[in-house]
Design a binder for this molecule. Structure first.
Ligand SMILES: Cc1cc2nc3c(=O)[nH]c(=O)nc-3n(C[C@H](O)[C@H](O)[C@H](O)COP(=O)(O)OP(=O)(O)OC[C@H]3O[C@@H](n4cnc5c(N)ncnc54)[C@H](O)[C@@H]3O)c2cc1C
Length: 243
């Protein structure tokens, strides 16, 4: 299969699987029974889900926009949590649910005293990579509207998947573009690795122009009605709280 080939995939995660070799970790990945995707109804959003879970929590018990900078977890009278604005909270238990990436970055300084060596070792053992999805809006769909899940791209040339390659051409890291339920004019593009970080620093217009160029080269023969994107929304920005 050459680099211009495109797979019309039936499942978001099928793209390119038979064509390229994967690490053992991917081969060992087991798919759970049932559908991998549970979409919201067209008039609902993630916020509604959060509302549902927080309905039973007393007002004022949730503190937003409070960065925890220290957890003193071995105090004689319980645990003290300190935030970046100097506020202190006292509690008997703490459940920390920051991502593994955040833990890798901050576990050593977040906890006082430091976490046991075994815990730090396991945090360091886990791998964490960058991933980003971008919703690309078009004035109207130029892709098939029936029996279509998305496009998966397969590349014939070899790259290192490093910053230098992403700097040269971030589009080379595009995994695929997939339909978005209830948004008929939108395709969802997935990116990973250094390209995700590269794209974070780009203006929207530049992203759309690069993408239009990439798609024209690969798909315009098969889809002559193809138009350029009109808008985009980046989902998955890495900050030091989401790594
Ligand atoms: C690009 C992308 C697209 C995705 N799309 C989907 C999707 O469509 N559907 C889906 O179900 N899942 C999706 N996911 C996965 C989903 O986002 C994660 O599974 C989910 O966010 C994990 O939730 P979490 O609470 O474990 O971690 P997080 O969402 O990372 O939450 C951890 C929280 O801890 C906070 N935090 C970190 N450090 C501190 C600190 N020092 N003090 C205070 N607070 C702190 C952070 O601000 C954050 O709010 C996507 C993920 C990515 C990266």
């Amino acid at each position: 299969m050459n680099c211009e080939d495109t797979l019309n995939v039936n499942n978001v995660y099928d793209s390119a699987v038979p064509q390229v070799s994967f690490h053992a970790s991917i081969r060992q990945y087991k798919v759970c029974p049932g559908s991998e995707l549970v979409p919201f109804k067209s008039d609902q959003s993630y916020t509604r889900l959060l509302d549902y879970f927080t309905e039973s929590i007393p007002k004022g018990a949730i503190k937003l926009n409070s960065e925890v900078v220290k957890i003193f977890w071995k105090g004689e009278n319980g645990i003290t949590i300190q935030t970046s604005n100097g506020e202190q909270m006292y509690t008997k238990f703490v459940v920390v649910t920051v991502s593994l990436g955040v833990l890798k970055e901050s576990a050593r300084k977040l906890f006082e005293p430091e976490l046991p060596h075994e815990k730090i070792r396991h945090i360091n053992l886990g791998a964490m990579g960058a991933v980003m999805k971008i919703h690309i809006e078009y004035s109207e769909p130029w892709w098939p509207t029936e029996n279509f899940e998305g496009f998966g791209f397969v590349y014939g040339d070899v790259i290192n998947y490093d910053e230098a390659d992403a700097e040269k051409d971030w589009t080379r890291f595009i995994l695929g573009m997939y339909k978005v339920l209830h948004r008929k004019n939108v395709l969802c593009m997935w990116l990973s690795g250094p390209a995700a970080r590269k794209v974070e620093g780009l203006e929207d217009d530049r992203i759309m122009a690069d993408l239009a160029n990439f798609l024209r080269k690969r798909l315009s023969k098969r889809y002559p009605r193809m138009t350029d994107p009109i808008d985009l929304k980046v989902l998955g920005i890495s900050t030091r709280h989401f790594i």
